[in-house]
Design a protein around this ligand. Sequence first.
Ligand code: HEM
Length: 502
Amino acid sequence: MSLTVSSLSPHPNRPIKSSISERSTTSPPFSSPSHLPMRKIPGDYGLPFIGPIRDRFAYFYTQGRDDFFRSRVNLYKSTVFRVNVPPGPFIASDPRVITLLDAASFPTLFDTSLVEKRDLFTGTFMPSTSLTGGHRILSYLDPSEPLHAPLKKLLFNLLSSRRHAVIPEFRRTFSSLFQTLETTLAADGKAEFGDANDNACFDFLGRALFDRDPKQTPLGSDGPKLIMKWVLIQLGPLLTLGLPNVLEDLLLHSFRLPAALVKKDYERLAAFFKESAGTVLDEAEEMGITRDEAVHNLLFATCFNAFGGMKILFPGLMKMLGRAGGKVHGKLAEEVRGVIGKGGGEVTMKGIEEMELVKSVVYEALRLEPPVPLQYGKAKRDMVVESHEAAYEVKAGEMLFGYQPFATKDPRVFERAEEFVAERFVGEKGEGLLKYVVWSNGPETETPTVGNKQCAGKDFVVLVARLFVVELFLRYDSFDIEVGTSPLGSSVKITSLKKASF
Ligand code: HEM
């Protein structure tokens, strides 16, 4: 029996498939549905303990993430291979994965009939539930678990009931962000984007989703800093902070940082949600979710999923748009102001829908630098996974892993795959490529449901990213930046903002 993983095919005549082998007397236990040659998965895990530590050092320090994967693709002449991924000892009990690094094999990770997504949101380890109020949060639940559907439904309802607030609250918060940046730029000649963006994102989320300005609550303006400490404790095993290598490896990647370090911070965040989310909590109770479970899930969706995602996405957009240069800026400004002028000066959903280039640059940014780049799924049964060139046997219980930028920069799908091409997704041909944009843990052409693991905030994210570009080019003809690195995403300094001249 073979199951089509999705219709994502780089070959027009050959749908990409993963097959689940049916053991019968007439067919071999594993076979390729597309008649690609069967190949043993190359790569090895090395000696216990030593292999995982060797791979961890290569991933973080001696090679770096991109080279770590690229060099192995070259070595094995395969986009599917075995390797250990961080953190390994002593945080993850089993760091062994089968890596999928092309647009053909990667979608296997989205098919919840083929892979289990239980407790692997952060990969081969799961942060302690003491960091989430004692609950296993939605992001860690497999759709087969009873709480997955009601919790995801609760978020869908929240997002849809607050739809009307998104555009006005976004415009209010982000016009104030740009005013602050202009003032800093005038005074200092440069303006750091990151911190100001963090504040704007958290204020926006509080107002847009819960009709509450966090600054008017006991949280004051502390929200972003409390969240970042809490996120760091959870994601530390996967990050580098630029400390001396051996010290950092010992501190961040070898042992868990104690949840007690952020207990007080987390309680302050939880108090905000308890106090601000009253009507959502009532609805949760009616759906059979306890108020406590709902509070911690709302906190996680807002602070980890939404804030964490926007914190990476917006600096990434600034970086890629900044580098795209004046000609692209000019075209975006013309499009944005043209549509909004025609609509009487109002920013509306309908207007944004007409902005082909704005939509395209957002997809292009999400393609080139998906903010959540690592995906995992445990094989539910024996199956065959296909790359463009070969078919590979995967056994039940093996961990599949994908580093998404390699799948979304697959040269067999995208021309000039490594480049930011602003108009890539414009027009019919461009739209045809959207199925290969998978930042949301699923194709852009598909929809999150209570039965899958696609990002619950998919439409919200695309909307706010478009609003970000709209706000930028309503205010400015062009801008310049300097780019540095940061543990999560890009660090961007603005060096000039040329005010709108038409
Ligand atoms: C730039 C922003 C965002 C990015 C890049 C992003 C990305 C993702 C990804 C990749 C996953 C799947 C992770 C996995 O299981 O491997 C996911 C799941 C999820 N996201 Fe997002 N997300 C963003 C914003 C949001 C927002 C705004 C919300 C809701 C308010 C949200 C709620 C969720 C939830 C609840 C899940 C788990 C879905 C499930 O269990 O079925 N995310 N997101």
